[in-house]
Design a protein around this ligand. Structure first.
Ligand SMILES: [Cu+2]
Length: 594
């Protein structure tokens, strides 16, 4: 393994390009009425790369940042003006590693793969979802309600929700991973009175959005990078993990900062890669410089410190950070590193070793993310209140006691001649003790028996949450990967994260037959602590479910009835059936449901 932990020489210089700030599209300046076109564009991901063809909102990567005010509805006419074909090469390399033993996902180029023909023919069907939006079902971007090139749709967003960093991205059934990878993603910021009361930085230069993605590019005959986007998988790994980290559309950029507190609005907008971010100065981690004030759906109740290993963000998770540069002299440099190997399984990695986190076997050839350079400016030190949000509380024991409980197993199905398929099973408790093909969950000597009642997206809907009522959803991970599970519509709160042991019978994961025994309790060989981080004690819409773990979340849908989706936000999983519908209903209609 010695050769596997070496770093690869980067083919692009790091910290050269200035961090771009996405164009702001402030809804109030347009009376709440916006037009956003999806267009083919040309984008330069790095000074030394040729231009890449992309599909982007307004032809840009990322798209414009839409900024809205709480309580002021926004209307967007989404115009699909995409021109095909899909501007990236999709390939599955024939081997997991190249002749030198380097995993093919750590290097550019097709690695012997051929261009996939079906994706090469895609002409640009699209549907827009505002992730984190409390959006009526008809405007939520149902994955099958597509706009063909030349078509458009007007979506109404009530914006009756607290301030938060949301994002909008493509959500087409089966090809979200390609459309988002091609560039169809942008930020959406909701602002409100409470944030202004706290005096938080708003807009440049002290509020800086960081949209983090990983991208790969093709090579020409001479081995030079061409700029053409490459989505590469291999026989062992069905997710695309790319070697180049891109922030706001630039590979390994740098940002000049004044000696002051900066508010970083961070989102992991990668297809599959999880990041564990560590800020390093002169070789040492400086996580104390950072405090976290918000998560997916906005402000936490109180400022929290970074977890000791660094800030973990799986696909679609967000963090609102205050970073204090006020004591630093001009010329100081701080570098953000990623220490999470891929596929991520929750394994710890000490922040002190962040600079040497490169790990080829862990598909992390270059841990660099970006750099901050302190420049001259009047040093500003401000103290923000420690108490932040006052508008939410944990569900009460009474509310939880009467809550409807639902169970979902995250499973891995072996397929002939293909990587395993990661997917989900909705479970229903059974009384009949003679049945076989069940999943059992044993806790304190009590065993609950479940059968799988839905496996695929198109299987019958089994979740009908009642508006206004709490439900407890139990996510049971029977796979070796961490899955970021995202629920559309209202945010949820994490109730518990507990270790499990489990045994799956030989061939025990079939469509609607799961033969497995789960026991609550810690396996001695399991190194994870299965704790809820302080920064997860807020309003979330995406939660990491680690291996050997069951996570319980309290969900409560409020205002909108209709058909929505929940899914793994690893786009390669979502696209291959790790996604299911649910239908929210007002209480008074429940007696009429068949
Ligand atoms: Cu997943």
């Amino acid at each position: 393994m010695r050769s596997m932990t070496r770093a690869l020489a980067p083919q692009l210089a790091s910290f050269i390009d200035a961090l771009p700030l996405p164009q702001r599209l402030i809804a109030e300046e347009h009376h709440g009425s916006l037009v956003v076109r999806m267009r083919m564009g040309e984008h330069r991901f790095h000074r030394d790369l040729p231009v890449s063809k992309i599909w982007g909102y307004e032809g840009m990567v990322p798209g414009p940042t839409i900024e809205a005010e709480r309580g002021h509805p926004v209307t967007v006419e989404w115009r699909n003006e995409l021109e095909g074909p899909l501007p990236l090469v999709v390939t599955k390399a024939p081997t997991h590693a190249d002749a030198q033993g380097v995993p093919v996902q750590c290097v550019p180029g097709l690695s012997g793969g051929t261009a996939d023909r079906n994706t090469a023919g895609l002409t640009g069907h699209a549907v827009v979802h505002v992730h984190g939006g409390l959006t009526p079902a008809v405007y939520d971007g149902w994955a099958e309600n597509l706009l063909a090139p030349g078509q458009s749709a007007v979506f109404h967003y009530p914006m009756d929700q607290r301030a938060a960093l949301l994002w909008y991205h493509d959500h087409v059934m089966g090809i979200t991973r390609f459309d988002v990878y091609a560039g169809l993603a942008g930020l959406w910021i909701v602002r409100d009175h409470r944030e202004r009361e706290l005096g938080l930085p708003e807009g440049p230069p002290f509020e800086v959005p960081l949209l983090i993605q990983d991208r790969n590019f093709d090579l020409d005959e001479q081995g030079r990078l061409t700029g053409r986007l490459v989505h590469k998988t291999d026989p062992d790994v069905m997710e695309a993990f790319a070697p180049f980290t891109v922030v706001n559309g630039k590979v390994w950029p740098a940002l000049d900062v004044q000696p002051a507190i900066h508010r970083l609005r961070v989102i992991n907008a990668s297809n599959a890669r999880t990041y564990r971010l560590v800020l390093v100065r002169s070789g040492d981690p400086e996580l104390d410089r950072i405090s976290q004030i918000g998560t997916d759906h906005g402000l936490l109740r109180a400022t929290t410190r970074m977890p000791s290993d660094g800030l973990v963000l799986a696909s679609a998770e967000r963090a609102d950070l205050l970073v204090d540069f006020s004591d630093l002299a001009p010329g100081s440099e701080l570098t953000l590193f990623n220490t999470a190997k891929a596929p991520f399984d929750g394994s710890p990695f000490p922040a002190t070793r962040a600079e040497t986190a490169a790990d080829l076997a862990g598909l992390l050839p270059h841990p660099e993310v970006m750099r901050f350079r302190v420049v001259a400016g009047s040093s500003q030190r401000r103290v923000f209140p420690a108490a932040l949000a006052t508008d939410y509380s944990a569900p009460s024991p009474e509310e939880l006691a009467s809550a409807k409980r639902r169970a979902i197993a995250l499973v891995e199905r072996e397929l002939e001649g293909e990587p395993n398929m990661l997917t989900m099973r909705e479970l229903a408790p059974v009384e009949d003790s003679d049945s076989t093909g069940l999943l059992t969950v044993t806790h304190d000597g009590m065993t609950t028996r479940y059968r799988a009642v839905a496996a695929h997206f198109e299987d019958v809907t089994t979740f009908f949450p009642v508006l206004g009522e709490y439900e407890v959803w139990q996510l049971i991970n029977l796979t070796g990967d961490t899955h970021p599970i995202h629920v559309h519509l209202d945010p949820f709160q994490i109730l518990s994260r507990r270790p499990i042991r489990y045994e799956i019978a030989e061939g025990g994961i079939e469509d609607l037959v799961i033969t497995a025994a789960v026991t609550l309790g810690h396996d001695p060989a399991d190194q994870l602590d299965h704790a809820i981080d302080d920064n997860e004690r807020g309003l979330k819409d995406t939660v990491r479910v680690n291996p050997n773990e069951v996570v319980e979340i309290a969900v409560r849908f409020t205002n909108y009835s209709g058909r929505y989706m929940y899914h793994c936000h690893i786009l390669e999983h979502e696209d291959r059936d790790m996604m299911r519908p649910f239908v929210t209903m007002p209480m008074e209609l429940m007696p009429f449901m068949a």
